[in-house]
Structures are given as C-alpha cells and as structure tokens.
Design a protein around this ligand. Structure first.
Ligand code: ADP
Ligand code: MG
Length: 266
C-alpha cells in the first residue's frame, strides 16, 4: 500500500481511490508530463496473478474508443507493476447514488452501450459489467474500465467464475460466459440507472422499480431492457446496439430495429 506524497518513479501519489482484493487504485501526479493520472497497482507480494494484469493492459490497449478507458502506460517501477490510466472523476456506482435526470440517464446509457458494442465487435467479452467499472469524466463522458476479467471469445473459453455476483448472468455464474452475459449485466445496470432499483433473481417481469422505469423511459426502451434481462441467453440480444445519439428520444430502439436482419443477430 502506498501513502500520499510517496513517489513511485516519476509519479507522486496524491491519494487512494479504491482498494480491491487484487489491486489498489491511486490518484497520482506525473511529474514529467505535469498531469494527473490514475495508477492501478496490483497488490505486491508473490507476483501471482501478474499475467492477469498483463492481459488486462493488453486488452485495454487494443480497444481504442471514446467510451473505453485508455491505458497511458504500463511498466515495472520499483518492483511494482504500475498501470497508468487517464484519471476520471468518479465511478457510475458513485454517481448513481445522486439524482440523475432522465435525459442524462439516457445519454449515459447510450455511452455505456456504445462501449460494450465496440468491445464485442472486437470479440472481447468484458465479464464484469457493473456500475463500479464505468468511470465518469468531465462533460459527463462515460468510459468502460477494468478489463481484468475480459475474455477473448474463443471456443476454448475456460470457466471463469469471475465477475460480481449482483450483475452476473446465470450462465456466467455457472462458468460459461458469452457475449449475451455482458448484455444481461448491462441490462441490469441500465435498469438500475433508470429505475433506481437493482433487479433480483428470478428476474420475473415486471420487477421491483418497474413503475418508476416506465414513468421515465419510453415503452420500447423498457421492452429492450426486458429482453436483455432474460434468464435464457438465447432469448437476449446477441449484441448491444450501437446508438450514436441516444439522447434524442429513443434512438437506441430505432437503431435496433433498423439493424435487425431476418435470421441475423438480434
Ligand atoms: N481511471 C480511473 N479514474 C478514476 N477512478 C478510477 C479509475 N480506474 C479505477 N477507478 C476507481 O477504482 C475502482 C477500482 O478500479 P478497477 O480497475 O475496477 O479495479 P478492480 O480490478 O479492483 O475492480 C473503480 O471502481 C473506480 O471507482
Ligand atoms: Mg473493477
């Protein structure tokens, strides 16, 4: 654990943002570039799990998108593996605790969907979609972070058991993550964003918070969430939709219809 004012290479630690089981995240100052960054530093010790962090960096570096958190640099400094990232203001988990207007929620939903659609187009299953892993930047820009559990969609996909239980799809909990598992998780995140309530097993529609949901979004969007949160992955969407300007009414849903081809992925 590093302390405030401590130096690690060119970085001066300003404070700790979060501490997980495997890594700590700090706010730090880059004394060469004169910028603030976020540093993710795996808990040191026996170097177990280092491959996972290398994998995380390599996946994140491959994905270049305005709604995906950029890795600035990763290197070994003083025997620590240090991942430097652009520094955000707070996570969606923190933001969700305060009031969010419907228009803002729709805009954030569009950005979240765009990030996941892009990851999936690049054959990456995130496997840990939850509010804590979306980071907000100035101007209400939302970025998807934490590709620590991400999987390349290979047929040899190993059982993972990773991800956070609250937002995890049933088949992923059984060790069989698919693209549709991320769709399930983002469905829950968006349901919570609009309704203020996190749905629970057995996810029977209408779920708690439904009244608030339908008072805030158009019926098409509520139906889209219903389809995303199906227990059977085959009944969900295969891919999150691309949605360029979701703030304009319910473009999310209109794009979905337009892109649907007979026999194609829905
Ligand atoms: N670039 C960043 N800017 C601001 N906060 C961040 C950033 N990266 C992570 N965080 C905060 O730290 C927490 C943990 O980071 P994350 O990469 O998700 O690590 P873990 O693998 O421990 O979940 C996030 O939920 C978020 O609150
Ligand atoms: Mg995380």
């Amino acid at each position: 654990m590093l302390r405030a004012r401590q130096k690690i290479g060119k970085y001066r630690i300003l404070g700790r943002i979060a501490s997980g089981p495997l890594a700590d995240v700090y706010r730090a100052f880059d004394s060469i570039h004169k910028t603030r960054v976020a540093l993710k530093i795996p808990k040191s010790g026996d170097h177990t799990g280092e491959d996972e962090f290398l994998h995380e960096v390599q996946v994140a570096t491959k994905l270049k998108h305005p709604n995906i958190l950029s890795v600035i640099n990763a290197s070994y400094i003083d025997d620590h593996f240090v991942i430097a990232m652009e520094l955000g203001e707070e996570s969606l988990a923190d933001r969700i605790e305060r009031r969010i207007s419907s228009a803002r929620a729709l805009d954030l939903a569009g950005q979240a969907l765009a990030s996941l659609a892009y990851a999936h187009e690049n054959k990456i299953i995130h496997c840990d979609i939850k509010p804590e892993n979306f980071i907000l930047f100035p101007g209400n820009r939302l970025k998807l972070a934490d590709f620590g559990f991400a999987k390349l969609s290979l047929h040899t996909l190993k059982a993972s058991g990773s991800g956070t239980i609250d937002y995890i799809a049933p088949e992923q909990a059984m060790g069989r993550p698919k693209f549709q598992s991320d769709v399930f998780s983002i469905g829950l995140v968006l349901y919570r964003l609009f309704s203020g309530t996190l749905p629970e097993w057995p996810f029977d529609w209408p779920m708690a918070g439904h009244d608030k949901l339908v008072s805030r979004v158009r019926p098409e969007l509520a139906l889209m969430l219903k389809k995303a949160i199906q227990l059977d992955p085959a009944k969900r969407y295969r891919m999150p939709y691309r949605c360029s300007q979701p703030a304009r009414g319910c473009k999310v849903v209109r794009d979905a219809r337009k892109n649907r081809k007979p026999g194609g992925h829905t």
